[in-house]
Design a protein around this ligand. Structure first.
Ligand code: DSN
Length: 421
C-alpha cells in the first residue's frame, strides 16, 4: 500500500505505520481474533466514503447526497444475508461491543435478565462482566461447562436456571471456547422458558460463512451479533443479523440508530461489502477448512508434549493451553517470551484459574491469520514445536535467538498476501 502523502506530511505517524508493517511482516500472528485483510478491503476502508454523514438507513436518511452510500450499504446487507442465511442484517455497528449493546437494548427493558456463559469459562466482557456498565442496567446470570476437560456445557443446569430465573435472552458465543455447541439444545431451552436464543458469533463468523462449522440459524437461533474482522477477514467492525423475525429486526435497526450510534462509518461498510464478496467466493471455504486443519495440527503437537489444553483440544480455530499447570510458566510470562521470538498471542484466564486475570495460567492462540498467510499443517506443527521449545527453555538466550531467526525465515517464505483470489 502506498503512503506517499502521509510520508510527506506527517513523519511521526508514517514511522509508526512503517513499524507496524514490519512487525506484521516479520512475526507470526496467533491472536485468534486477528487476521490480515486483502488490499481491496483496505482500499475500501480508506476510501472517500469516510467524508460522508449518512444517519438513517438506505432510502431513509437524514442528510442529502446519499446515492452511493445507499448503494454500498445495500450491497453489504444483501451479501451478508446470503452468507449467513439471515433475512435481516444491520451492518452499522462500529464494532462488536456496540453491536452487543445495541442488541441488548433492542430486545430488553432495564432490569431484564440474560443467561450467559460464566466469564471464566470463555464468555466475553460484553456478556455481563461486572466492569461494564451493562451490569448496572441488566441482570446477568450464568451457566458453565459441565466438564472443562471436554468442554461440554451443563445443559441440565442451564435449563434449571432458565426455569427458575426466566431470562429474556439465552446467550451463546464466546471468545475463548474451542468447541462447537449443541445449538438445538440452546433453542429448545430458550423456547421452553420464552427467551430469545442469541449468539455472539464474533470469533467463528468466518467459519460459519465458509460452512466449516454449523450455522446457529439452521437450529433456530433468533439473532446473531458479530464482528467482521476475525475469521471473517474484513475491516474492524460489527454487525447484527436477524434470522427471520421482521419485528425483531425493526427493533434492532432502531436500537443501532438512533438509539445508540450516530452516523455510520460508511468507509468501513464499503470494506465490509468487499469482505463479504470475498467470503462468498468458493475459495473462502477452502480457507476456513484449512484454519481448522491447522489448529488440529497445533493441537497434536501440544498433546504429544503433554501440555494441558482446556476442553482437551480444539474443534475450531483456537486453543486455550494451561501453560502454568503444564510448563510452569505463567500466561503473562509466556506472552512476553513468545513476543520476543516473534510469535504474538495473548495470555488468557482458564476455567477456575488459580491465578489472577492480569497474570493468568493460560495462553490463547489460533490459526486464522497464519492460514491467510498460506501456512499449512507442516508449518503450523513447526510453530507449535517452537512455542513449546521456547517456553521450556525460557532462560536459554542462544536457543531463543535461534527460534527468532527461524520465525523470521518462515515469515519471509510466506509473505502476507494482498489478495486471495
Ligand atoms: N478482543 C476480542 C478477542 O480477542 O477475543 C473479543 O472482543
Amino acid at each position: 500500500m502506498d503512503y506517499d502523502y502521509i510520508k510527506k506530511q506527517d513523519k511521526e505517524v508514517y514511522d509508526a505505520i512503517m513499524g507496524e508493517e514490519e512487525r506484521e511482516a516479520e512475526g507470526i500472528e496467533l491472536i485468534p481474533s486477528e487476521n490480515y485483510v486483502s488490499r481491496a478491503v483496505r482500499e475500501a476502508n480508506s476510501s472517500i466514503f469516510t467524508n460522508k454523514y449518512s444517519e438513517g438507513y438506505a432510502g431513509k436518511r437524514y442528510y442529502g447526497g446519499q446515492t452511493y452510500t445507499d448503494i454500498i450499504e445495500t450491497i453489504a446487507i444483501e451479501r451478508a444475508k446470503k452468507l449467513f442465511g439471515a433475512e435481516f442484517v444491520n451492518v452499522q455497528p462500529h464494532a462488536g461491543a456496540p453491536a452487543n449493546v445495541a442488541m441488548y437494548f433492542a430486545l430488553l427493558e432495564p432490569g431484564d435478565t440474560i443467561l450467559g456463559m460464566d466469564l471464566s469459562h470463555g464468555g466475553h466482557l460484553t456478556h455481563g462482566h461486572p466492569v461494564t456498565y451493562l451490569t448496572k442496567i441488566f441482570k446477568f446470570i450464568r451457566y458453565k461447562m459441565k466438564d472443562v476437560e471436554t468442554g461440554e456445557i451443563d445443559y441440565d443446569e442451564m435449563r434449571a436456571v432458565a426455569k427458575a430465573e426466566k431470562p429474556k435472552i439465552i446467550l451463546a458465543g464466546y471468545s475463548a471456547y474451542p468447541r462447537e455447541l449443541d445449538y438445538a439444545k440452546f433453542v429448545e431451552i430458550a423456547r421452553e422458558v420464552g427467551a430469545l436464543a442469541v449468539m455472539d458469533v464474533a470469533h467463528i463468523a468466518g467459519l460459519i460463512a465458509g460452512k466449516s462449522v454449523k450455522n446457529p440459524f439452521d437450529y433456530g437461533f433468533d439473532i446473531m451479533t458479530t464482528t467482521t474482522h476475525k475469521t471473517l477477514r474484513g475491516p474492524r467492525g460489527g454487525m447484527i443479523l436477524t434470522r427471520e423475525n421482521a419485528d425483531l429486526a425493526k427493533k434492532v435497526d432502531k436500537s443501532v440508530f438512533p438509539g445508540f450510534q450516530g452516523g455510520p462509518l460508511m468507509n468501513t461498510i464499503a470494506a465490509k461489502a468487499v469482505c463479504f464478496g470475498e467470503a462468498l467466493s468458493p475459495s473462502f471455504h477452502t480457507y476456513t477448512d484449512q484454519i481448522l486443519k491447522n489448529a488440529k495440527a497445533m493441537e497434536i503437537v501440544f498433546k504429544k508434549n503433554n501440555v494441558r489444553m482446556l476442553t482437551g483440544g480444539t474443534s475450531n480455530h483456537l486453543i486455550l493451553a494451561d501453560v502454568f499447570g503444564s510448563l510452569a510458566i505463567s500466561g503473562k510470562e509466556a506472552e512476553t517470551l513468545l513476543d520476543r521470538v516473534g510469535i504474538t498471542l495473548n495470555k488468557n484466564a482458564i476455567a477456575d484459574d488459580v491465578r489472577g486475570p492480569m497474570d493468568p495460567s493460560g495462553i490463547r492462540f489460533g490459526t486464522p491469520a497464519i492460514t491467510t498467510r498460506g501456512f499449512k499443517e507442516a508449518q503450523c506443527s513447526r510453530v507449535a514445536e517452537l512455542m513449546i521449545d521456547a517456553m521450556k527453555n525460557k532462560e536459554d538466550k542462544k536457543k531463543l535467538n535461534g527460534i527468532r531467526e527461524e520465525i523470521r525465515t518462515m515469515c519471509k517464505k510466506f509473505p502476507i498476501p494482498e489478495s486471495f483470489a
